[in-house]
Design a protein around this ligand. Structure first.
Ligand SMILES: Cc1cc2nc3c(=O)[nH]c(=O)nc-3n(C[C@H](O)[C@H](O)[C@H](O)COP(=O)(O)O)c2cc1C
Length: 434
């Protein structure tokens, strides 16, 4: 029997705190790199811009049940990349007022808006910080043209400060009208640097057994709960199903942590995988089975362990059929989408209306996939046509720009018919994972 994807995916979902999303889609966090940045004036970093707001106006029209804002560092030196949005408790500008417009734009047509709070830790590139911090002093290898300085282990006072910063940022989101906060505990950023025994070599209360490695996470959750009304604010975490790196955070640890997160009152867990050392969301699958979604088999094991917390799986979903099947089989309750929504911001709306059977193909090179999506976000931010990555020639052109082999100017001159697409380029040429 044919599966009724619009009906299955269009079903509302209620979180343990009583809040509901109108359907099963979740726009996963994607770095936008559209906010202010200054190399020297730290206070001038991370302010939302009209382009940032415009991008979420578009996604806000897309009937996406939950929209997660791209990663927001809680420290203006802990950036994932230049031009990140930032909520830093030492800023002189008012972050509540600054974030209200983007949250209002996201929620304008009924989506819930959640902000993803992060710190880059050892994955802050050298051009942003020559003195990064981490759980320990284990250096991140270079990636995609970026290099990372050897990090310094955080002191206990600094860990206490970070707990306060995460909670402060969540409170800012709450006061600015957001429906929740998501801790970024995936992809090798600071919280995942604590969770990974490959990186975390501490011998104090924050290293060793899982109970210690995850201590910072639970301290942050406890502190957020003191500052917001959790009946009006979804608490979420994005977590790796595994790091896929030797000695890193394992699947077994992830399963235990999911249950502990539920016990701590988390409303939503989003499962992903990999770190800069092993970018699972770009090219790895959890098994040799050619399933569309990367981490669905892991989710199948985790789901029965969770009685209340809503589970979302992100990574690889492309066809409406596979999305609906994943929900109807009970493996996951929500479908996380990232790259398909930079190509087609209204994809969910079209699937729900029965007008689309799934995402357009993406013919870009896997290693440059992030950079290509950031170019598409740049187009959204200025209302330009979104470059079509189902077109091989377009992919080749934009990849040449990302690799520094061509300038946008050259592409424009060689192919005047692509003018609209090249105008759309706003990215910084870096291709990296988030
Ligand atoms: C342009 C881009 C930016 C991303 N930024 C983030 C981010 O800020 N936080 C995060 O947790 N994941 C980030 N990711 C990973 C996605 O949220 C998602 O986990 C991954 O792309 C797999 O989903 P997909 O196959 O639907 O693209 C990013 C991915 C892309 C392509």
């Amino acid at each position: 029997m044919a599966i009724d994807a619009p009906a299955i995916l269009g079903e509302p979902i209620t979180f343990p705190n009583g809040m509901s999303a109108p359907n099963r889609f979740l726009k996963s966090a994607m770095t936008e790199r559209l906010c202010t940045y200054d190399d020297n004036d730290l206070d001038a970093r991370g302010k939302p811009t009209p382009e940032y707001v415009k991008t979420y106006e578009e996604w806000g029209k897309g009937q996406i049940g939950v929209v997660v804002l791209g990663n927001i560092p809680i420290h203006r030196e802990g950036l994932e990349a230049k031009k990140n949005a930032i909520i830093d408790k030492t800023s002189t500008w008012d972050p509540v007022e600054a974030f209200k417009p983007v949250i209002a734009a996201t929620k304008a047509h009924g989506s819930l808006c959640i902000g993803q709070l992060t710190h880059g830790g050892r994955q802050v590139s050298e051009d942003v910080s020559k003195h990064p911090v981490s759980s320990s002093d284990v250096q991140s290898p270079p990636l995609g043209g970026m290099t990372f300085a050897k990090p310094r282990p955080l002191t206990i006072e600094e860990i206490n400060d970070l707990v306060d910063r995460w909670a402060y940022a969540a409170e800012v989101l709450y006061k600015a009208g957001a429906d929740g906060a998501q801790l970024h505990g995936a992809h090798g950023y600071l919280l995942s640097q604590f969770l990974s025994s490959r990186v975390n070599k501490r011998t104090d209360d924050y290293g060793g057994p899982l109970e210690n490695k995850s201590r910072i996470v639970f301290r942050i959750i406890d502190e957020i709960k003191k500052r917001v009304d959790t009946s009006k604010f979804i608490l979420s975490m994005k977590l790796n199903s595994a790091d896929f790196a030797e000695g890193g955070f394992t699947g077994d640890e992830s399963k235990i942590l999911c249950q502990q997160l539920e016990a701590a009152g988390l409303d939503l867990i989003e499962l992903s995988g990999g770190t800069y050392e092993s970018l699972a969301f770009e090219h790895k699958r959890e098994s040799t089975k050619q399933r569309e979604a990367y981490f669905i088999e892991f989710a199948q094991q985790v789901r029965p362990m969770l009685k209340k917390t809503v589970l979302c799986v992100t990574g690889g979903f492309r066809s409406a059929h596979a999305m609906a099947e994943a929900v109807s089989s009970g493996a996951t309750q929500m479908i996380g989408l990232a790259r398909p929504l930079t190509a087609e911001p209204y994809l969910c709306r079209d699937i729900l209306a029965g007008k689309s059977q799934g995402a357009k193909p993406n013919k870009g090179t896997s290693a440059l996939t992030t950079g290509l999506s950031i170019i598409q976000i740049g187009a959204m931010s200025t209302g330009q046509p979104i470059p079509d990555l189902s077109n091989e020639a377009t992919c080749k052109d934009l990849e040449a720009v990302l690799m520094g082999k061509k300038s946008m100017e050259e592409i424009k001159q060689a192919k005047p018919h692509k003018e609209q697409e090249t105008k759309a380029y706003q990215g910084d040429g870096q291709s990296r994972a988030q």
